[in-house]
Design a protein around this ligand. Structure first.
Ligand SMILES: [Zn+2]
Length: 109
């Protein structure tokens, strides 16, 4: 991994690194231009998931990139059941139709 020197723009070389957390590492760099001689630290942080891990660590929380989030939502929507519902037609019984009122007690008198 190379980074340009902030002062002379020559490439810097990583001399050593320190892992501060599962997502943060400090990289110590040295300019390759001997006349410059600058050395500096780069704080590198994993910030966004571009492709989910097949071996996820429960302590690592990294947000999904927007394009991955859209893909996950699209897959979830595809798995949902179809939203087209059909309702049975309501049946309005004709009070004067003997078939429709069969079994319904009739008022006497
Ligand atoms: Zn330099």
């Amino acid at each position: 991994m190379r980074f340009p020197c902030p002062h002379c723009n020559a490439w810097g070389r990583v001399r050593t690194s320190e892992r501060m957390s599962p997502t943060v590492s400090w990289l110590y760099l040295q300019c390759t231009d001997l006349e410059c001689g600058h050395s500096w630290r780069v704080d590198a942080e994993a910030t966004v998931t571009l492709s989910p891990s097949a071996k996820p660590c429960s302590t690592v929380t990294m947000p999904l990139s927007p394009h991955v989030r859209r893909g996950v939502l699209a897959r979830m929507l595809d798995l949902l059941p179809n939203g087209n519902h059909t309702s049975p037609q309501p049946r309005n019984a004709d009070l004067f139709d003997d078939d429709a009122t069969a079994g319904v007690p009739r008022p006497s008198g």
